[in-house]
Design a protein around this ligand. Structure first.
Ligand code: GDP
Ligand code: MG
Length: 293
């Protein structure tokens, strides 16, 4: 059989389960998942290979109105999802009323790229409601192929993989057949720390944080990592560190454990906090953190 390969881009509102789906399909915790919206800031590729297929998934930040520069750059990633996609997965959740970005929805209606619409989180509702929802989406986006799923419970995901393989164009592979992702190990280290920050602190703190991995030394029996948690204000630094440094220690411990599982190696993690005033509105800083391309 001739080889098939292509890009499958996952788009949809924040929190509908895009990262959960990608991780379930790719089989590794590539994209960080939390219950907070806007967790996913960059486009992340996850690659699934078998003898005859290479599926390159990309998970995007949720669709939001850009309120400050960071979000504008996040939306560039979303619109970029149309440019290289061979298949679009448009994910909605049960009970979702409308897209927060009408322009994006119009692009979906007008694009020639095949669309698989996934109605996610069907584990939370009755079957009749699922049927109603499918009917509504069929009317809104007639050309999409619609499937109900539960990304969390991995329900219907084998079928989705089959449908993706069906739609995939004939092509030689784009990446090595043993590649899992285009992101570096440093990137995962940064994302793991950021995930813990998102889980551990409240309110605006997580959105003011950017993690920088300064050093990553992969030695024989241990990986030595030095990372900075950048915050936007002095007051946030104190919150991150916490009373007697307990909060930061907790975050470091949790992150280290995940990294040890991921890399299957002992990790030495040196974490510290730096005030980087108003980095979210600073083009130079954003570029350094990899947001502008
Ligand atoms: P994203 O913002 O679209 O990437 O969404 P995430 O993948 O980060 O998921 C957001 C939240 O929804 C997390 O708490 C997930 O555990 C939850 N979630 C994702 N898929 C499902 C599902 O099929 N059923 C239920 N009940 N929750 C889900
Ligand atoms: Mg996400």
């Amino acid at each position: 059989m001739e080889h098939k390969a292509g890009y499958v881009n996952i788009i949809g509102n924040p929190n509908v389960g895009k990262s959960t789906l990608m991780n379930a399909l790719v089989g590794e915790r590539l994209s960080i998942i939390t219950s907070k919206a806007q967790t996913t800031r960059h486009r992340i590729l996850g690659i699934v290979n078998d003898d005859e297929h290479q599926i390159i998934f990309s998970d995007t930040p949720g669709v939001i109105d850009p309120a400050y520069k960071l979000q504008e750059n996040m939306m560039d990633f979303v619109h970029g999802a149309f440019q290289d996609a061979d298949i679009l997965i448009y994910m909605v959740e049960t009970g979702e009323k409308e897209l927060k970005d009408m322009k994006l929805f119009e692009r979906l209606q007008n694009t020639d790229i095949p669309i698989i619409l996934l109605l996610n989180k069907i584990d939370t509702v009755e079957q009749d409601f699922v049927k109603e929802q499918i009917a509504i989406w069929k009317e809104r986006l007639p050309k999409a192929e619609i499937h109900p799923i539960s990304a969390l419970n991995k329900f219907n995901l084998d079928l989705i993989m089959d449908r993706i393989k069906e739609f995939l164009p004939f092509s030689p592979p784009y990446f090595d057949k043993d590649a899992l992702t285009d992101k570096s190990e440093r990137f995962f280290v940064g994302e793991t720390i950021r995930e813990k920050v998102l889980k551990y602190y409240k309110k605006e703190i997580p959105y003011s944080v950017e993690v920088e991995v300064e050093e990553f030394f992969d030695e024989d029996k241990i990986i030595k990592i030095r990372a900075i948690i950048n915050v936007a204000r002095e007051s946030q630094k104190g919150i991150i560190i916490g009373h007697k440094g307990r909060a930061l220690k907790k975050v470091g411990t949790l992150a280290r454990r995940d990294m040890e599982t991921f890399f299957q190696k002992k990790i030495f993690l040196d974490l510290y906090v730096k005030v980087n005033k108003d980095w979210r509105n600073d083009d130079k800083q954003l570029k350094r953190f990899g947001y502008n391309n």
